[in-house]
Each structure stands twice: as C-alpha cells, then as structure tokens.
Design a protein around this ligand. Structure first.
Ligand code: CAA
Length: 262
C-alpha cells in the first residue's frame, strides 16, 4: 500500500516480522490531520490482519514524533463539525482495537495529540531529546484524544494536572522516572532499541503475546477482582496451545523453544 502521510516498512527475518509506521508530514512537524489519521488507521489495520507481522512500531522524525492535532485544520471547526462529525472518535482510535503490540518510538516533540497518540500505544521508548506535553490549554481547549485520562494513569494526578493546566512539557528523563516511558536512549539508538524490543516480541508465541496485551489493558478498566478473573481465564486458556507445551518442554530440556503461534 502507498500512503501520502506515513511511510511503512517491514523489518526482521523470523516467521513474524515488525511493521514500522513512520508519521511523515515533516513541514508540519507531523501535525495530525484527518488524512494522516486515516492513513495511520489503514496501516495499523493492515498490519494487524497480516499473519506475517508480530509487532508494530509507530515513530516520527528526530525533531517531532507529532506536534499535536493539526491546528490549522481545527481552527475553523464548529460544534456541528466536532460533535456532529464525531471528531477524534471517528478516526483516531484505531490503536485501541489493534490486537498486536504497538510500540511508540518517540523523538522530539510529542505534544497534544502527539503525546496522546504515543500513550495509546502499548509502551513508549523515548530518545533523550523527547518532549512530552499537553499544551491544548494555551489554545483555549483541553486535550481531546484521551490526555486527561491516560496521562494521570501513567504519571499520577499531580504531574498530569501540572502538565494539563500549565502546559509545561516533560523531558525524557522525567518521563521515564514517572512511568510515562519505559526506556530512554540516545536519538541515534532509538530505532535500534525499538526494533530490538519488537524483535524480542516477534520471537515469542503470538497467542500468549495477544492475551498478555489484552490482560494488561484490563488493569485500566473495571475492578481489580474482574481484572484478576479475566487474567486467570486467559492464563488457563493458554494451556490449550501448542506453544505452551513447546515452551515448557524446551525449558525442561534446556533448549530453545520453536514457537508455531498456535
Ligand atoms: N498543527 C499545525 N501545524 C503545526 C503544528 C500543529 N499542531 N505544530 C507545528 N506546526 C507547524 C507550524 O505552524 C510551522 O509551520 P510553518 O513553517 O508553515 O509556519 C511548522 O509546523 C514548524 O513549526 P514551528 O515553526 O512552530 O517550529 P518550532 O520548532 O519553532 O516549534 C513547537 C515547535 C513548539 C512544536 C511548535 O510548533 C508548537 O507549539 N506547536 C503546536 C503544539 C500544540 O499546541 N499542540 C497541541 C495541538 S491541539 C491538540 O492536539 C488537540 C487534541 O488533543 C487532539
């Protein structure tokens, strides 16, 4: 597939490979408009459906992961167009329904919708020049793609309120310290690190990876008791897979497992 606002490439040489999606509106610092979000959604759905893909990495440029929703496109919108047209909901939330792991590899600005997009991914690996923020308040609006909900879950209420109310940015070191990102590396190492994490995921059994992702996400919805029950049932279910028999037999025989993703 060819897209106008993103680049796609596949990496790896195992049975399962990694799909890399690069946001590509360099002149606008990857500002997220409808055309880009439509392209991103289509590429994510294509990789999710592709049996040869085990993990997806979403990235931007060294200067900007994404500087937010496109302000020029948003400026003239009316209530009829935002509420009536289901702005954001209509084409930003594909990431929520993607079943394979999605890693955000973030360098430079991840502001507003860019920060929200990164937080929709399963985890974030950041370059040490990354800057996270929710500066929407300076535009007379509030975050509209989950920022007021996912940011407090990631960094706690105090830091989330500080960022959302004052529009201050958080650098990569602070973001790692307070749990927004999982790893920080030098900008030149960002893609190597993200691709290595993705390759580690691709080498494992896909059914257990999908269930692990689904189960961790349950921790953010519903009660602890329901989450534990959900996890327990998925855990039980994995004993019906070939890969559970293979993984445990390989451990006991002190050899590498050969997963067949079934
Ligand atoms: N939308 C549209 N265009 C944007 C943009 C955005 N979010 N961010 C940057 N650009 C454009 C600039 O207008 C500029 O275009 P021109 O060259 O045509 O003038 C180009 O990208 C380069 O930007 P700057 O010259 O401003 O670059 P800089 O290095 O001086 O500053 C920046 C970088 C601090 C990121 C600054 O561009 C900025 O503050 N951008 C806006 C950030 C923001 O407010 N994001 C939140 C948007 S609202 C939102 O996301 C709502 C939601 O929750 C869904």
């Amino acid at each position: 597939m060819n897209y106008d606002n993103i680049l796609t490439a596949e990496h790896g040489d195992g049975t399962l490979r990694t799909g890399v999606i690069t946001l590509h509106r360099p002149k606008q610092l990857n500002a997220l408009d409808d055309a880009l979000m439509d392209d991103l959604g289509a590429a994510l759905r294509a990789y999710d459906a592709d049996e040869g893909i085990g993990c997806v990495v979403v990235t931007g440029s060294e200067k900007a992961f994404a500087a937010g929703a496109d302000i020029a496109a948003m400026a003239p919108l009316t209530l009829k167009e935002t509420y009536g047209g289901d702005f954001i909901t209509r084409n930003w939330e594909t990431l929520r329904v993607i079943r394979k792991p999605v890693i955000a590899a973030v360098a430079g600005f991840a502001l507003g919708g860019g920060c929200e997009l990164a937080m929709m991914c399963d985890f974030i690996i950041a370059a040490d020049n990354a800057k996270f923020g929710q500066p929407e308040i300076k535009l007379g609006i509030i975050p509209g793609a989950g920022g007021t909900q996912r940011l407090p879950r990631a960094v706690g209420k105090a830091k989330a309120m500080d960022m959302v109310l004052t529009a201050r940015t958080m650098d990569a070191v602070e973001a790692e310290r307070c749990g927004l990102v999982s790893r920080v590396v030098a900008p030149g190492q960002l893609m190597n690190e993200a691709l290595a994490a993705a390759a580690a995921i691709c080498a494992l059994s896909l059914p257990s990876i999908l269930m692990a992702k689904e189960s961790v996400n349950r921790a953010f919805e519903g009660s602890l008791a329901e989450g534990i029950r959900f996890e327990r049932r998925l855990f039980h279910t994995l004993f019906a897979t070939h890969d559970q028999k293979e993984g445990m037999a390989a451990f006991l025989a002190k050899r590498k497992p050969v997963f067949e993703h079934r």
